[in-house]
Design a protein around this ligand. Structure first.
Ligand code: ATP
Ligand code: MN
Length: 484
């Protein structure tokens, strides 16, 4: 028999329909007269209740109906007597697909810590929290493609194995088919990559941007949405070794257009989640409220998850230059009281504590910082004309900073002047010959263009209100973490 998702049964089927539902047992409860089984199939946060009269089910069948077991239940959809659900299934027959030994099945119905659930990442999608996160993740991914399609962008697939390092300093995973213990050596005694699969050194991509720019210089507006890899040993709640990045790249866009796009884009996909994931967001909103109650009063957030999402889509992001932000930070209370862990002055790369001060304490809104010092940004960013406002050379960079997350988007207008770009590469020690194909876009029909990168998991983190990026991707990759 075909599969009828519980989501569909609860939403659309009238009382009196005969149904067969299939799913995993969340709980079984027995009263004097009846046995109640809560079934969930992951199509929705809601369970459906199936009810049998006491004595109706054979004892050996009843014994196998335990949390985690998978069943098919056939019966009539009837109005529910109990609170909390409109309909339930009056059981006519039950088929047990697969039992789950209660002494061994780790997901018993009680509160599990997120840390414990990470150790059983193969089973955690069966919990309410993770199934909600994964359904929202799906909706956001769909919204991303929809947004770009609706706005005339083409989806461009950039390579996962590359010979280039987009940032010039990324920590990359090497890709090789050479023997790890005894690789062939050249005359200088170094590993001879000419004998490797591609005949050269290759890595997993850290960003699709450089190839994305090639697309923009041919198709106008493109975006990538694919996996990126960074072997950075940062054990934070915001970094993964494997994450999904969305990188739009647009010909004829300048910094201002880039900012407008970034703001409209994140607001639109968040709005999509609010409209299409109401039940899951309500569940997570509630979960967060419960969690907040366990915190000290001064650490409690005054906004719930839904409030926060509404707030972001209905307020304009604050836009200011890095130089102005430094002014605010230098004159801030925590700076004067020595409460920042890292010192702040013009030229430093902002730490997460600084970004969060600006967003959460000072402006209390998402912030777009622009025109960063050239020395702390990548070689491809467009150099600003000298300005007396900034004490040193700046580039047309923009970072979008979000509450609780810090940097969610990093982008810039790109340097389109061939000579300036080559000079900058030489200054930072990147051989122009190695990126001859990239430079060709500036040699043939160069044009102003811009783009940005959004870490998809940081967006999911924000929308779900989860605290750790490892809990918004099904199978996280992080230092010493690659079990599943
Ligand atoms: P951060 O300072 O937070 O490490 P970054 O400056 O290295 O970020 P970019 O190289 O600009 O980030 O990458 C673009 C976007 O990709 C970031 O704005 C962020 O959303 C996301 N991102 C970067 N590194 C990671 C990571 N290790 N895990 C998940 N997302 C990431
Ligand atoms: Mn980083």
């Amino acid at each position: 028999m075909s599969y009828l998702p519980i989501q569909h049964v609860l939403k659309t089927l009238p009382v009196g329909t005969e149904v067969t539902i299939k799913g995993w047992v969340r709980t079984k409860r027995e009263s004097k007269n009846a046995v109640f089984i809560a079934l969930n199939d992951g199509s929705t946060i809601h369970t459906i209740q199936a009810v049998a009269e006491t004595g109706q089910l054979p004892e050996d069948t009843l014994k196998l109906i335990t949390t985690g077991a998978c069943l098919a239940v056939t019966g009539l959809l009837v109005e529910s007597q109990g609170a909390g659900q409109a309909v339930e299934v009056k059981i006519a027959s039950i088929q047990i697909y697969g039992p789950a030994d209660p002494d061994k099945y780790p997901l018993q119905p009680k509160r599990h810590s997120l840390e414990f659930l990470r150790e059983i990442a193969h089973l955690r999608p069966r919990t309410n929290t993770f199934s909600a996160v994964l359904r929202i993740r799906h909706a956001l991914a769909f919204a991303v493609h929809k947004y770009f399609n609706d706005n005339g962008f083409y989806y461009l697939n950039t390579p996962i194995i590359t010979a280039s390092d987009a940032e010039g300093a990324g920590e990359m995973f090497r890709v090789t088919t050479l023997d790890a213990i005894k690789p062939p050596l050249n005359e200088e005694g170094k590993v001879d990559y000419s004998q490797d699969f591609f005949g050269r050194e290759t890595n997993l991509t850290v960003s699709g941007q450089l190839e994305g720019e090639l697309g923009a210089m041919a198709l106008g507006k493109i975006y990538t949405f694919g996996p990126t890899f960074r072997a950075e040993n940062s054990n934070t709640t915001r970094h993964l070794a494997e994450f999904w990045m969305i990188e739009p790249e647009m010909a004829f866009f300048e910094l201002e257009d880039n900012m407008n796009l970034a703001e409209d884009f994140v607001k639109t996909v968040i709005r999509y989640a609010l409209q299409n994931c109401a039940d899951d967001l309500a569940f997570l909103d509630n979960r967060l409220k419960e969690e907040e109650k366990t915190k000290k009063k001064e650490e409690q957030s005054d906004m719930g998850l839904l409030d926060k999402l509404q707030f972001v889509i209905s307020n304009e992001f604050v836009r200011l230059t890095y130089t102005d932000a430094i002014d605010i930070l230098v004159n801030s209370k925590p700076a004067k009281k020595g409460q920042f862990q890292y010192e702040v002055s013009w030229g430093v790369d902002l730490q997460s504590e600084h970004e969060r001060y600006l967003v959460e304490k000072h402006f209390k809104k998402p912030v777009i910082l622009t025109n960063y010092p050239r020395e702390i940004k990548a070689f491809y960013m467009k150099q600003d004309e000298e300005s007396n406002a900034a004490p040193g050379p700046t580039v047309r960079a923009m970072d979008v900073l979000f509450p609780g997350i810090g940097e969610i988007i990093g982008g810039s207008q790109r340097e389109d002047n061939y000579d300036k770009l080559v000079a900058r590469m030489q200054e930072v020690g990147i051989e122009p010959e190695a990126l001859w194909w990239y430079l060709d876009t500036r040699r043939f029909g160069s044009a102003p263009h811009a783009g940005f990168g959004l870490g998809f998991e940081r967006l999911v983190l924000f929308v779900t209100g989860m605290g750790n990026i490892r809990d918004v991707i099904p199978f996280p990759r992080a230092p010493k973490t690659a079990e599943f």
